[in-house]
Design a binder for this molecule. Structure first.
Ligand code: NAP
Length: 501
């Protein structure tokens, strides 16, 4: 069995980005495994009506993959998928991908410094370094609502849309009012007989200004790429500034609240509905919702917001705690994902047989979100505490790419058996992260998927993107234990990219 230089798990945005950057750094022996038959990750899997990104396309893309032809400010899901397909071909990545290959386990062989991956088929892969790019929102599950199995109508989860189901003339429920629901509801009301939206917590909704990209601008971006980069920078700094309102509670948070309330006042005339839709938590605590058609959709004659708690599902529909039974042909669960806050959905076995799932069963921890002690030569994409609340995820991912390229090339160039982050360094880093997190809006009392059931935040980065990028540009070798492959001696590695300016 060949031992590859790098195994990348997942062919979504982040796994493909890792392959591009590693190839550019001279790492050629790369294999990418993908459980599906296409690239695209969460954007391939989520195809619900109305799907689009709530971060502008110029920022929700890699700075090193130019696409001057984005059709509008906020890209639709299908446009993002097409872009991911394009970059796969543009950078010659397709031949590196093994499709329909689902990893079932990953084990580090200490004596050789090689990771072995088992798959659902009988195929195995070996590699000296691994990039875990399977994504935190790759899987979904139905929520644990009483009576859910008794419901006899059609159940659809937002993350696995049933395109064969015809909503025309149907009585439909949507459970959930998060980022997915505010995109789905305006589409469903166009076809369904009626839609009832079951809200547990009203969120902050900001208007979405989504102009189409004029042909002249597209042509300017194509001819003078610096103009597109300039536009990206303007968006980057605009989002960066919003951290002062969304990541930390400040006077600017009340400005955001005022904008949200003004949007609600302008869009919703009925004072009772306005009251039902008014959030009672600090803006930013949950993900901000961006939509200009959600409030109008809720006020259509065939739509109704229900904010009585759900008591149980019944064979015919949903019974709320006021005793009313609502009858439905279909229930759409826009209730979120099976978020992987405790590691990827397969066992990972590190030094001395330790298990990542066990190590993280309390709370997930990594160093700079990228390395975990006891799991050498392994790099996490979107690892613990790497999530942004105010800027593009892909900006943060670019920092992770810089970091893993420094790590992987150091392991290969120095012929290391093992590059393992020190436990004391990881602990100190996480103590500092948790201290900083305690001052953020995410910890201000609302309930969100950012937190574990016991209220621990293992998902968000408590700072500006610029701070995150700065820390990721510096790969500090003194923070790691390095062992040579041949002699088995501890060593101080030399790097070509230790500090990426
Ligand atoms: P979400 O934000 O977690 O929202 C889930 C919704 O379902 C919430 O309103 C929640 O209520 C409700 N809910 C969950 N369980 C429930 C239950 N048992 N009974 C009643 N209501 C229940 O999930 P999502 O909308 O799928 O979005 C998840 C994440 O995906 C987002 O935060 C974002 O990161 C990503 N996303 C991004 C985009 C984009 O445009 N870039 C679009 C969609 C999703 P509570 O609020 O009371 O918990």
């Amino acid at each position: 069995m060949p031992i590859h230089d790098t195994l990348i798990i997942g062919a979504g945005f982040t796994g493909l980005g890792a392959a591009i950057k590693l190839k550019q750094a001279g790492v050629d022996d790369i294999v990418i495994v993908e459980r599906s038959d296409r690239v695209g990750g969460t954007w391939r899997d989520n195809t619900y009506p109305g799907i689009a990104c709530d971060i502008p396309s110029l920022l929700y893309s890699f700075s090193f993959v130019k696409n001057p032809t984005w059709s509008r400010a906020y890209p639709t899901g299908s446009e993002i998928c097409a872009h991911i397909e394009d970059l796969t071909d543009q950078f010659g990545l397709r031949q590196l991908i093994r499709f329909d290959t689902e990893i079932t386990g990953l084990t580090f062989i200490e004596s050789t410094g090689v990771w072995t991956a088992t798959t659902k088929g009988r195929k195995r892969f070996q590699a000296r370094t691994v990039v875990l790019a399977s994504g935190p929102l790759a899987d979904h599950k139905f929520p644990e609502i009483r009576g859910i199995d008794s419901y006899a109508g059609h159940k659809i989860h937002s993350a696995a849309w049933d395109h064969d189901y015809d909503f025309a003339g149907k009585r439909v429920a949507v459970i959930g009012t998060g980022a997915s629901a505010v995109q789905i509801v305006p589409e469903l009301v166009k076809t369904a007989e009626f839609v009832k939206v079951f809200q547990r917590t009203p969120g902050w909704v900001l208007p979405r200004l989504d102009p189409t990209m004029p042909a002249a601008v597209q042509s300017l971006f194509a001819k003078v790429p610096a103009t597109q980069e300039f536009a990206r920078q303007v968006l980057f700094w605009g989002h960066e500034a919003s951290a002062t309102a969304l990541v930390w509670k400040s006077p600017l948070s009340s400005v955001v609240a005022r904008i949200g309330k003004a949007h609600l006042r302008r869009a919703v005339a009925d004072p009772w509905l306005r009251r039902q839709l008014t959030p009672d938590f600090t803006p930013g605590c949950k993900r901000m919702l961006v939509s200009s058609d959600y409030y109008p959709a809720l006020q259509r004659d065939n739509c109704k917001l229900i904010d009585w708690p759900i008591a149980t599902l019944s064979p015919v529909g949903i019974r709320t705690s006021d005793g009313i039974e609502h009858h439905f042909d279909a229930i759409v669960f826009a209730t979120g994902y099976d978020v992987h806050l405790s590691g990827p959905p397969f066992p990972v076995t590190g030094l001395g047989g330790r298990s990542l799932q066990q190590d993280w069963s309390g709370h997930a921890q990594a160093y700079k979100s990228a390395s975990a002690h006891g799991y050498p030569n392994l790099f996490f994409m979107c690892g613990p505490n790497s999530g942004p609340g105010h800027n593009s995820l892909l900006v943060f991912v670019e920092g992770q790419l810089d970091y893993l390229v420094a790590g992987v090339t150091t392991i290969l160039d120095n012929d290391l058996r093992c590059l393992d982050v020190r436990e004391d360094i990881q602990r100190a880093y996480n103590q500092q992260i948790q201290r900083r997190l305690s001052r953020t809006t995410w910890m201000s009392g609302c309930n969100s998927w950012y937190l574990t059931a016991d209220g621990f935040n293992a998902s968000m980065y408590p700072g500006f993107a610029t701070q995150y990028l700065r820390q990721m540009r510096e790969f500090r070798y003194e923070d790691y234990t390095a062992v040579e492959r041949e002699a088995g001696r501890r060593t101080t590695p030399v790097s070509r990219t230790a500090t990426l300016a």
